[in-house]
Ligand binder design. Structure first.
Ligand SMILES: *Cc1c(COP(=O)(O)O)cnc(C)c1O
Length: 382
């Protein structure tokens, strides 16, 4: 699993597993000792490759891997990854059977589902771990905070199930205005106080995503669910930073063709760019069909460590940049579209701003047509 992986197409994503190890080491070093880490690897670990990054995370000593679909969890197990897996959201009865068979921890948020799962568990002679999600204001999954204590008290009587955890999820944790997060936290705490009154203690309580982990230490409880942070990508501009962490994803290509054009010439579909003087146009063999934002006359790429502006409208399979200021530019020179080259960097946030979206949407937006290449110096030394 390294640079030796086969790659033919001159457009690729590099995933730096050594930097991922470093990010985990930095997070582990600064977090409170008791705090468990759940690493969310949903949607192919936000486009990075779930299996590859889950292996590194498991070596880094995390408590749980998190997925949203059962298929994602099955893929981890099929790859031989034995780290406990927590499946978020709601399950069908067919999915519950798979959770039971593979010892996946899932969320059980209503008594009918709980009864069905208890029946399956009894039949299999197993006592599966379950968590309860409390809806404290996201209005997505979970039992409403006001009804949570009664529900949990009933669930606890179903001894076929092991009630291991209680969670909630923030609607906004990474912006400066934390007022709604504080309201959600207060509601969660209300549930915990009510449970304490009834003598119910649930071992693993968790509420934070990356933004919450960084900025709401009072909401850490026993475990935090971080997806984007270990990948070196921050959920917002304003949340706290951990010194030394860095993104592990770089998007690269090579110049497929060079065109010398004259004043008045047009570039690309829709004639969106007109040259005002003779220009050197570099053609890059990737486009919005690979997940690059569909933009025109905006954005930049890095060639020879210098910025070159994107000109015209980018196509499904190609985009053009003005390389007139790049000395000695040649066909098949390496180009960086996301990440560092020399002293320059194009960040995930730069691309998110171009697309008018969030950073998450950029990193997991690259299509499967782009090969992923894994850099792993430590693995090569073994
Ligand atoms: C995706 C997700 C997370 C991880 O969020 P990040 O902002 O990437 O850390 C945590 N919890 C739940 C319920 C999620 O859906």
């Amino acid at each position: 699993m390294s640079t030796k992986m086969q790659q033919i197409r001159p457009a690729w994503l590099e995933i730096d597993l050594d930097q991922l190890r470093q990010n985990f080491a930095l997070i582990q070093a600064e977090k409170p000792a008791h705090l468990k880490l759940l690493f969310v690897v949903k949607d192919n670990a936000y486009g990075h490759g779930a299996i590859e990054v889950a292996r590194i995370a498991s070596e880094a000593g995390i408590a749980y891997l998190g997925t949203v679909t059962v298929d994602e969890a099955v893929a981890l197990r099929n790859a031989g990854i034995q780290t406990p897996v927590f499946v978020m959201a709601e399950r069908t009865i067919e999915e519950l059977q798979v959770c039971l068979d593979l010892d996946l921890t899932c969320c059980i948020n209503d008594l009918d589902t709980a009864a069905a799962y208890a029946k399956l568990a009894k039949k299999a002679g197993k006592r599966p771990k379950v968590h309860v999600e409390v809806d404290t204001g996201m209005s997505r999954y979970g039992v409403r905070w006001k009804a949570a204590a009664d529900y949990i008290a009933s669930l606890q009587k179903m001894t076929e199930l092991e009630l291991e955890g209680l969670l909630s999820h923030f609607a906004m944790s990474d912006e400066l205005d934390k007022s709604y997060a504080h309201l959600q936290l207060a509601r969660f705490q209300e549930v915990l106080d009510e449970l304490a009154k009834r003598g119910i203690d649930i071992p693993i309580k968790h509420m934070c995503n990356s933004g919450g982990y960084l900025d709401l230490p009072q909401a850490h409880f026993d475990m935090v669910r971080t997806g984007t942070l270990p990948l070196g990508v921050y959920p917002s501009r304003v949340c706290r930073r951990i010194e030394g962490t860095a993104p592990i994803m770089t998007l690269k290509t090579r110049i497929a063709a060079l065109q010398q054009i004259e004043a008045g010439d047009k570039v690309g579909y829709g004639m969106r760019y007109t040259a005002s003087s003779p220009r050197t146009i570099a053609v890059l063999p990737l486009g919005y069909g690979d997940g690059y934002p569909r933009i025109r006359n905006a954005g930049e790429v890095l060639i020879h460590g210098k910025r070159a502006p994107i000109v015209g409208g980018n196509a499904m399979d190609a985009m053009m940049v003005d390389a007139s200021d790049i000395q000695g530019v040649s066909q098949w020179d390496e180009v960086v579209l996301l990440g560092r080259q020399g002293d320059e960097e194009i960040t995930v946030r730069d691309l998110a701003d171009l697309k008018g979206s969030v950073t998450y949407d950029i990193i997991n937006g690259w299509r499967s047509r782009i090969p992923r290449i894994y850099l792993d110096k430590e693995d090569e030394r073994r």
